[in-house]
Design a binder for this molecule. Sequence first.
Ligand SMILES: C[S@@+](CC[C@H](N)C(=O)[O-])C[C@H]1O[C@@H](n2cnc3c(N)ncnc32)[C@H](O)[C@@H]1O
Length: 431
Amino acid sequence: MGSHGATHASSLAVGDEVEVDVTTIAHGGHCIARHEGQVLFVRHALPGERVLARVTETGAGERFVRADAVAVLSASPDRVTPPCPWSGPGRCGGCDLQHVSLPRQRQLKADVVREQFSRLARLDVDVTVEPVPGDDGGLDWRTRVEFAVGDDGRAGLRRHRSHEVVAVDHCRIAAPGIDRLRVTSRSWPGADAVDAVAPSVGEPVAVTVPGDEVPLVRERVVVGASGEREFTLSARGFWQVHPGAAQTFVDAVLEAAAPRAGERALDLYAGVGLFASALAQAVGPTGQVIAIESDAVACGHARDNLADHAQVAVLAARVDDAFGVARPSRRGSSSQRGSRPRKPSRSTLVPASADVVVLDPPRTGAGKGVCAEIAAMAPRAVVYVACDPAALARDTAYLADLGYRLDMLRAFDAFPMTHHVECVARFTRTG
Ligand SMILES: C[S@@+](CC[C@H](N)C(=O)[O-])C[C@H]1O[C@@H](n2cnc3c(N)ncnc32)[C@H](O)[C@@H]1O
């Protein structure tokens, strides 16, 4: 019972402590427990455990509360001593699963993927979370770390769901190149953040935010039969953070899409052209690749990175704008108050049909309108790279309504120790 006295279902308050049985994992790095009809999202716990949970936050309408497991009364056999001393209740918020053995982390992520597909797409999926080749025990992998800088000029990492900066000595999941920058033992007066990047080619760099000119970095990947290629990008631009991830996803996308010579392929949310380069090499000079990316700087780098492929066109636009899809209305916007959202005109660079569509959207996913436009192009294969299984499952339901069936699903542990998981899904036309 609560050391702070409040124990009734609707009255759990921040600071209350209750003993609970932890049932399942949920999307977001916490587990589910119940107390007198109220749901608790408990971090630092494992399914099957009995823990003392301390409430850290109350949710809207008191339907759920957030809590930390501050004592483990009955431990799961999958519980391990966290390799990082900065993880745990009230400490650094960067990792969610340091207290879980690596094989169990992957099983739990598979459970989350299955649950999202069951709930949002009404599909039973069979999925195993595969390690990214080269991953060494889930530590020392993160090639990009955004350190926060406190008022005292010292860099650290943020506490979970807080702006508070935790003064870690070094991040245990960061790549050795990041550690060499010694960001947390230096002073960064005037900076809000320090972006540390350890690229696969060249020296690691630390970029202050706000700061001066952002340097370029280079990454190397083997792209299909064309062998090793280098990609240049801004040190603050998007690149996969696990050193084995870009390679793993290029291989998985190529295998799933199986692009053929002469085909037309789209690479949506293209970044600096990683998948477009693989598609270009596969469709060859008689084929065509249209890469769409909203970030103008990334588009400039994509054009340079793909300059030897005349069959590639890079379109600097939001994917929804390029397809002529009205943007989803924002809370409180005029569209919500009755007027229709503005519908942009479709870009003339977007073709009416395509053989293959690859998409790798941010966490929000593609959405209904973009899925409809993809289906209208009648591609023989849609390959969806997803960093949020919930958005992927939601878009899977949209694609199913549009005649595209999920026929392949892989999942990768590209973010060990955290709750994140990356999926690669293929959809083909039914009937
Ligand atoms: C997950 S990254 C994928 C990048 C690339 N496929 C890769 O693997 O390197 C998503 C990309 O989508 C871009 N982006 C975000 N929202 C977008 C939108 N609405 N339309 C087009 N691109 C968008 C981001 O700038 C980012 O480069």
